[in-house]
Design a protein around this ligand. Structure first.
Ligand SMILES: NC(=O)C1=CN([C@@H]2O[C@H](COP(=O)(O)OP(=O)(O)OC[C@H]3O[C@@H](n4cnc5c(N)ncnc54)[C@H](OP(=O)(O)O)[C@@H]3O)[C@@H](O)[C@H]2O)C=CC1
Ligand SMILES: CC(=O)N[C@@H](CCC(=O)OP(=O)(O)O)C(=O)O
Length: 405
């Protein structure tokens, strides 16, 4: 059991804190203080944990966070989440066109926080931060990350380091990979399924939003040999914030409202990322038909997945497998039988809701998975990953409830 406390009665396992057999609320500050005070928690040399078992005062913000691309949607979402984190504080923020502006002028909803001004990445002093979230567009990130001090823990939200195969990256992203050596040490950050690797990582490639919503249900089913590897069909839908804040004609209100648009048909760049994750667990090549759609909503993502079951398997077996796989997870919820997941119920939160339904056609099942693209699909999962990389309880700063309606 990695990450366990030297205090015999309190330990961290499968993403949760346990006292004996009893699951403790992750927000239990005493448990956190005790465990972080132990010597057994991975703590990078660049980071000083100043959390004391005897102190009853609110802990200082020990970890100085650098946020690259702070003026974008995922950057703003990191700031919103970190505001609830007892140990992380944002001390460096970069932007491109908006460099020189204050964060409160770019995002007035964050004005209650004391935040540094936005500066250009070329002016950033990385010796004054402990960890970095990189929220830059793909294609711009490889060079920037390779130039950062190696003592830093980095979570990259872009697609630049998600594909292990360099030629596949170059084929799907249409440009040469600019950090081939660094790519070798990067860990893919699908938290619930790769937690042990993430604990040891220095650089994590945070998964794309569609690949998160798709791999969370499919990986356990493939691993358990419950579904066939062929004819997996994924019909996915995203809110417009998935496209970022940059102005684009296709994302104008008049282009989005009152309609649905399919895009990337037959060739969306998330296909190789999804297939990489599924093939890894299948130990053979898995291919998928994937069509994303842009919906007239701001946040939210639904993946409706049509699968053929292995001989003799029924939809209730798929359901039971997912229930078992995620029974101890804080953020992945397999709903009660028959309950249809809705994006409304995860909005603004780090939760993924999923369920399985038997198709009318024998041998087939329909899986529905929903997340908030900006939280579990991006900044929330990134924070979850950095918590793990630094030895904090992984739900720290993420336990707020969804925003409904
Ligand atoms: N939005 C989502 O739901 C998801 C996004 N992602 C990925 O996360 C990353 C960030 O996404 P998002 O926040 O939506 O994007 P935005 O377009 O909203 O923000 C991009 C940020 O990067 C800055 N930037 C743009 N170009 C450069 C450059 N050449 N050099 C330095 N900084 C630059 C922008 O600065 P300025 O504003 O000053 O121009 C801005 O701060 C992307 O790679 C995206 O694909 C991943 C999962 C989901
Ligand atoms: C609605 C919309 O445009 N969504 C984005 C995906 C957002 C995401 O996960 O992007 P990255 O892979 O770049 O991180 C898209 O389809 O390209």
């Amino acid at each position: 059991m990695s990450g366990a406390s030297t205090f015999s009665s309190i330990c961290f396992e499968r993403g949760c804190w346990f006292k004996g057999e009893r699951k403790i609320r992750v927000a239990d500050k005493r448990a956190k203080r005790l465990t972080l005070g132990s010597s057994n928690v991975a703590s990078p040399s660049s980071v000083s944990f100043r959390v004391s078992a005897s102190s009853s005062a609110k802990p200082e913000k020990d970890i100085r966070i650098g946020l690259l691309g702070a003026s974008g949607y995922t950057g703003a979402e990191i700031v919103r989440l970190v505001a609830n984190h007892p140990h992380f504080g944002v001390t460096l923020m970069t932007a491109d066109r908006k460099a020189g502006q204050s964060m409160e002028s770019v995002f007035p909803h964050l004005r209650a926080q004391k935040l540094p001004s936005l500066i250009s990445v070329k002016d950033a002093d990385f010796s004054a931060v402990d960890a970095v979230f990189c929220c830059l567009p793909h294609g711009t990130t490889q060079e920037i990350i390779s130039g950062l001090p190696t003592a830093l823990k980095i979570v990259d939200l872009s697609a630049d380091f998600r594909l292990r195969d360099i030629s596949e990256y170059e084929e799907w992203y249409g440009q040469p990979h600019k950090a081939v050596e660094l790519q070798k040490e990067v860990v893919y950050g699908l938290t619930e399924l790769l937690r042990e690797d993430i604990k040891k990582a220095r650089v994590v490639a945070n998964p794309g939003c569609y690949p998160t919503s798709i791999q969370l249900p499919l990986v356990p089913l493939i691993k358990a040999n419950l579904i066939k590897h062929e004819n997996i069909i994924i019909d996915a839908k995203s809110g417009v914030s998935g496209a970022g804040r940059g102005a684009k004609e296709a994302n104008l209100y008049s282009e989005i409202a009152e309609g649905i648009s399919s895009y990337g048909v037959t060739r969306h760049r998330h296909v190789p990322e999804i297939e990489q994750g599924l093939s890894d667990v299948a130990q053979s090549k898995v291919t998928v038909s994937f069509t994303p759609h842009l919906m007239p909503m701001i946040r939210g993502m639904q993946s409706t997945i049509y699968v053929e079951m292995a001989p003799g398997v029924e939809a209730k077996d798929l359901y039971q497998q997912l229930r078992t796989s995620y029974e101890d997870e804080e953020f992945v919820k397999v709903l009660d039988e028959g309950v249809v997941p809705r994006t409304h119920n995860v909005r603004g939160s780090n939760y993924c809701h999923m369920n399985v339904f038997p198709d009318r056609i024998p041998g087939r099942a329909i899986i529905i998975s929903v997340i908030d693209n900006l939280v579990k699909g991006a900044s929330g999962q990134a924070l979850q990953n950095l918590n793990i990389m630094l030895g904090y309880p992984e739900a720290t700063g993420l336990l707020h409830q969804p925003l409904f309606p």
